[in-house]
Design a protein around this ligand. Structure first.
Ligand code: AMP
Ligand code: MG
Length: 403
């Protein structure tokens, strides 16, 4: 049996970041930079006023105060967006707005609050030091400097910085495009009249949600019967040309475990992984496009845990991110709970102020308890139980408040 780390590394070793492409900066949110972003302008691009007020020569205002204001003529207005290069004569001021370019000769701003607000002859009630309330050119960012690094995922603030630096397009790895297929004759779409022996296909909905929560794109969602001729469709070109194919079910030891039966011949390695839930796993490449595939076990909890442990790192690798920097944290068990030695146990837990507690029934079919969990605690294979106070590595569950 493989350890989950060996299996994860085996999957990752076959994947590389998707080829980069250039996208308009406005469309780059959530994508990962393939190249550094270099500022094309200084920020600010010109000395400008940080306040609505008056551009002054500080030497003209020495000694000005509320008790003895200095009165000076106003030589017009400078609004934000004024592209004229103004020049301020000695003994004069200009009314200026926030973000407007400083006139040559002025070296300070007196805020409008320290004046009588006149547009003609203004009383100014303070003596600013040189440079007061001026945002100097290049203070924030210098033209030619790297403002964002390759490998960085673009958030709203990064996007704003690239745009302000006048970078219209960025080179990014595209979002991985994923196809999801559930398998099983017992599965019906949600809302169906269920005959005896039938159940709702919950994995399809869950895996689609996980794909989206992982910031990947769902291109196809389908269902296949437990019939070799149905499963052989996966060996044909897959609609939507996904970058990664996920299946759920049909990979254990049963007589109708058709995914395993058909895809063993088609390029997928089926292995046992020393973990609970989620022992039967498969991965490889299939079809004419040699599409990477991860075959998940069918039990919904096994599917979810396997997604967290194997699919999420795979998607991160394709997206250009560090596959393992997925927010793992250390938690402390609040209570004792049992664990089966010999396999790593991924206990679904609630993370509370006093520590970790199992979220309820831990059977791999028990969605009731899964729904509340916000993390999985990784219980080492050597442990036959967890003791209160024990420190455990935890993986935040994607799409929950824990992630
Ligand atoms: P399998 O690996 O196909 O034998 O499935 C294991 C268990 O998971 C069985 O009880 C299946 O009915 C159940 N199962 C498989 N696929 C799904 C699915 N898409 N939604 C809900 N339960 C499923
Ligand atoms: Mg099945």
């Amino acid at each position: 049996m493989r350890s989950f780390i060996e299996h994860r590394d085996h999957i990752l070793a076959d994947l590389s970041p998707l080829p980069a492409r250039r996208v308009p900066v406005a469309e780059s949110l959530g994508l990962v930079l393939a190249e550094d972003v270099v500022a094309r302008v200084d920020l600010p691009g010109f000395d400008n006023s940080a306040m609505d007020g008056y551009a002054v020569r500080s030497a003209d205002l020495v000694g000005a105060s509320a008790d003895s204001p200095v009165v000076l003529p106003v030589d017009g207005d400078i609004a934000a967006g004024d592209t004229t290069r103004h020049s301020l004569a000695a003994g004069r001021v200009m009314r200026i707005m926030t973000g407007a370019p400083m006139p040559d000769g002025a070296d300070a701003i007196v805020p409008v609050e320290a004046s009588d607000g006149s547009a003609v002859t203004v009383s100014l009630m303070l003596a600013p030091e040189a440079g007061r309330h001026i945002r100097p050119r290049g203070e924030d960012v210098r033209l030619g400097t790297v403002v964002l690094r390759a490998g960085q995922r673009i958030g709203p603030g990064h996007l704003a910085l690239a745009a302000a630096a006048n970078v219209a397009e960025v080179s990014v790895h595209p979002r991985p495009r994923v196809a999801v297929y559930s398998t099983g004759n017992e599965l019906q779409t949600v809302g169906s009249e269920l005959a005896f022996g039938q159940i709702v296909d919950s994995n399809g909905a869950m895996l689609a949600a996980l794909v989206r929560a992982a910031d990947a794109e769902l291109v196809t969602i389908g269902h296949l019967d437990d019939d070799p001729s149905a499963v052989r469709a996966l060996l044909e070109p897959i609609p939507g040309s996904p970058d990664l194919l996920l299946t759920a079910g049909g990979v254990s030891m049963g007589a109708y475990d058709t995914v395993k039966e058909v895809l063993s011949e088609g390029g997928v390695d089926f292995v046992k992984v020393a973990m609970r839930p989620g022992m039967p796993q498969g991965s490889g490449r299939i079809g004419p496009a040699r599409t990477p595939i991860i075959t998940l076990p069918g039990n919904p909890v096994s599917s979810l845990v396997s997604f967290q442990v194997f699919v999420l790192p795979a998607l991160r690798r394709l997206a250009g991110l560090d596959p393992l920097a997925d927010g793992a944290f250390e938690g402390v068990a609040a209570v004792d709970w049992p664990s089966i030695p010999g396999r790593v146990d991924f206990t679904r837990v609630l993370v509370g102020p006093d520590g970790l507690r199992p979220s309820g029934g831990q059977g791999s079919h028990q969605l009731g308890a899964l729904a509340d969990a916000t993390a999985v605690a990784v219980v080492p294979a050597t442990d036959d139980h967890v003791v209160a106070g024990q420190v455990l590595t935890c993986l935040p569950l994607l799409g929950t408040l824990g992630a």
